[in-house]
Design a protein around this ligand. Structure first.
Ligand SMILES: Nc1ncnc2c1ncn2[C@@H]1O[C@H](COP(=O)(O)OP(=O)(O)OP(=O)(O)O)[C@@H](O)[C@H]1O
Ligand code: SF4
Ligand SMILES: [Mg+2]
Length: 352
């Protein structure tokens, strides 16, 4: 599938009500530390991210392997604690700081926020029936009695296309295909009707033939249940289908962000331009100039303060070498770019 494929871009209602607001978010993983031993270095997996996700405007997080997408997702659902920064979430009209949740706030947060993982084979407990798996968030939240839960689980299984639900309720994950398991994972995440779901490459391990079906399902459920996604993917066509806004990450930093259609049609950061130039386009008249990047993504271990993309950038100049990593600056209409130079894709290709 390509960016220009027939899948039309997502069309959910746009509001300005901020659901998630992230400020200066940072996650460092220590290296070579241990008992009574200070780490000698750190991986800057997520480094000073700030962004807002309005309610109803799903955000796609894209970038190559190791850019910090999963770490960002886990921070937002509090599977990881940040090293610095704040995450504010608007839960039922009550803004809460996710980084300092306590007591009943934690339970209310858990009701509104869920995560769907990449691997449907690892994310389901092999010893629990489908009913127990999907009903688990209801049980944790103390919602309904056993009969109510059976009814809700059956409804949810039907919604995710596992019909008749009665033939799935008491089966185990090993009896299902990868696509069916991911449908179960989606049912489990959405059964408590959360406001915000982090979906971490939920289709990347599935057979190509069933990926579109799962994406359509997630899009449909988002519309019906009012869910906003942080949708993690390295596939720009998937990002286009699943999101209203997109953030491109490189080595722990967001380097470009804006409306998905605007960023994909008018990429301004050389990294985004290079990613797009690698997407195959069937129509030769629309073909882009290739922007091959030198080297490969490294690990951001105690990175130099300069631009994270410097070593691979075709446009790298003195200004990039002597200054800190560029700030994410507005270029109009909510489009933000972190680059001192900024050239058109053609000019970037010519600089290679
Ligand atoms: N628990 C951990 N301990 C140490 N380093 C980690 C840990 N989790 C992630 N990292 C490192 O942090 C960086 C970002 O990893 P992350 O998994 O967030 O990237 P990603 O963008 O999700 O990559 P992928 O596309 O491969 O899933 C990588 O360099 C990774 O090796
Ligand atoms: S700031 Fe410089 S090195 Fe960084 S992306 Fe822009 S041109 Fe490349
Ligand atoms: Mg990941």
């Amino acid at each position: 599938m390509t960016v220009t494929d027939t899948l039309s871009a997502a069309a959910m209602p746009v509001t300005t009500d901020a659901l998630v607001r992230v400020e200066g978010l940072r996650k460092l993983f220590p290296l070579n530390g241990g008992f009574l031993r200070q780490p000698d270095s750190f991986i800057y997996a997520v480094d000073d991210l700030s962004f807002t996700i309005p309610r109803g405007e799903s955000l796609a997080l894209v970038g190559e392997s190791g850019s910090g997408k999963t770490t960002t997702g886990k921070l937002l659902v509090r599977l990881l604690d940040p090293s610095a920064g704040h995450i504010h979430m608007n839960v039922d009209g009550d803004p809460m700081d996710v980084t300092t949740l306590q007591g009943s706030q934690t339970k209310r947060f858990r009701r509104q926020v869920q995560m769907i993982f990449q691997d449907p084979y690892e994310s389901l407990n092999p010893r629990r029936t489908i009913f127990d798996t999907v009903a688990e968030p209801l049980a944790v939240q103390g919602i309904g009695n056993v009969l109510d839960r059976q009814e809700r689980v059956a409804e949810m299984l039907a919604l995710v296309g596992l019909t008749p639900p009665s033939s799935y309720l008491f089966r185990f994950p090993h009896e299902l295909s990868g696509g069916q398991r991911q449908r179960i994972a989606i049912a489990r995440a959405l059964i408590i009707e959360p406001a915000f779901v982090v979906a971490d490459e939920p289709t990347s391990m599935l057979d190509v033939s069933i990926r579109t079906g799962i994406m359509k399902l997630m899009q449909d459920l988002a519309d019906r249940l009012g869910v906003t996604y942080l949708y993690i993917t390295h596939d720009l066509a998937v990002a286009r289908y699943m999101s209203q806004r997109i953030a491109v990450m490189y080595l722990g930093k967001i380097v470009e962000m804006g409306d998905t259609e605007e960023v994909l049609h008018n990429p301004q950061h050389p990294y985004t331009q290079a990613l797009l130039s690698a997407v195959p386009i069937p129509d030769p008249r629309q073909r882009r100039d290739p922007i091959p990047l030198k080297g490969s993504v490294s690990k951001p271990v105690d990175p130099a303060p300069r631009c994270r993309f410097y070593d691979r950038c075709p446009l790298a100049a003195k200004v990039c070498e002597i200054n800190d990593h560029p700030p994410l600056e507005g270029k109009g209409a909510g489009h933000k770019v972190a680059c001192y130079v900024v050239r058109s894709p053609r000019e970037t290709a010519q600089a290679v």
